[in-house]
Design a protein around this ligand. Structure first.
Ligand SMILES: [Zn+2]
Length: 323
């Protein structure tokens, strides 16, 4: 496939690799166990200490090698209350990882035969695990810009017309890449784009020692005093680049998100906008990982899991049937 020619060999992970690594639910369960509790060692409530655990045949649980108390590696994860097989969850994460523009619930519905509702819920759950915990930007050059999703008014910037309440503002900040460091992005769904709100956001995520690049939108007027310098490009005068003064990096990110949401998700309700932004930011911030973003998603889902619940909590009969 043409797409792989641009991904270095050690960063490739194809559907063949996926099928080989995760042939069935049991392989996925073992992977989840290892990811959360390396060496199958975890705390046993009854023994009140770390114990090695062994897989119980035919059931998605592991038991303490000392007292036999059982734990489920799925407890506390997004898979816990699901009647969907663990392998299908893994496949959904694989699909999400291996596309640049995001993947739709429709596609996984077509490919696997689960209902649209189930597919949609799976993606929502996976997406909920992808928000970055470390959002502070460190780059010495950071571009900041806002855009809008939804609504009816058209226009290059898409700033809402008076009374157009459908449009949801989004604020983005992106570090420019340097030879040493790939620039990262932070994108936030926000209530308004007042000067107060935008400077508050800038202050929270951008270091005072950074140079900030924006356009001439008046809400950025007061930014200058807070940062090393503030450079602005006059989009209204039809100017897009003057030397290093531009916002092309963040606009590139917006068009990626728009292409994804427009072409794949079709419509995003305001409520879920942040989680879509999180998904696109997660992929953008790992764009040099090639297809290894899949293992990053797997890691993130495990990291987000709460500590294992007492045995058998919340396991539905359907989950057990899958094994
Ligand atoms: Zn025990």
């Amino acid at each position: 496939m043409n797409r792989y020619q641009t991904i270095p060999k050690h960063l490739r992970y194809t559907i063949m690799d996926f099928n080989r690594q995760f042939p069935d639910d049991a392989a996925c369960l073992e992977h989840l166990m290892q990811q959360r509790f390396p060496g199958n060692i975890t705390y046993c409530d009854k023994c009140q200490q770390e114990r090695k655990h062994y897989r119980i045949n035919g059931r998605p649980v592991y038991s303490c090698d000392h007292c036999g108390t059982q734990i489920s590696p799925m407890a506390g994860t997004i898979f816990e209350h699901s009647s969907t097989s663990l392998r299908l969850w893994y496949y959904a994460m694989y699909l999400m990882a291996s596309t640049r523009c995001g993947i739709s619930a429709k596609q996984i519905q077509r490919e696997t035969g689960v209902t649209y509702k189930t597919a949609w819920r799976m993606f929502r759950q996976i997406r909920s695990s992808l928000s970055e915990t470390e959002k502070q930007l460190e780059g010495s050059a950071v571009e900041m810009d806002e855009t809008y999703y939804g609504g009816t008014a058209k226009g290059r910037r898409g700033r809402p017309m008076r009374g157009d309440k459908q449009k949801s503002p989004v604020v983005g900040m992106v570090e420019r890449s340097t030879a040493k460091r790939k620039g990262r992005v932070v994108a936030l769904a926000t209530n308004d784009v007042t000067a107060k709100n935008l400077s508050g956001i800038a202050h929270e995520y951008i270091l005072p020692s950074s140079t900030v690049f924006t356009d001439e939108f008046t809400s950025y007027d007061s930014l200058g005093s807070r940062f090393r310098s503030h450079k602005r490009i006059k989009h209204s005068a039809g100017v897009y680049v003057v030397g290093d003064v531009h916002t092309n990096t963040i606009e590139g990110f917006w068009s990626l998100v728009k292409r994804g949401i427009g072409g794949v998700y079709h419509q995003v309700s305001q409520k879920y906008l942040q989680s879509y932004l999180d998904e696109f930011s997660f992929r953008y911030n790992r764009r040099d990982y090639g297809n290894l973003i899949f293992s990053e998603i797997l890691k993130q889902v495990s990291l987000r899991a709460s500590m294992p619940a007492p045995r058998d909590r919340g396991m539905t009969p359907a989950t057990q049937d899958a094994f």
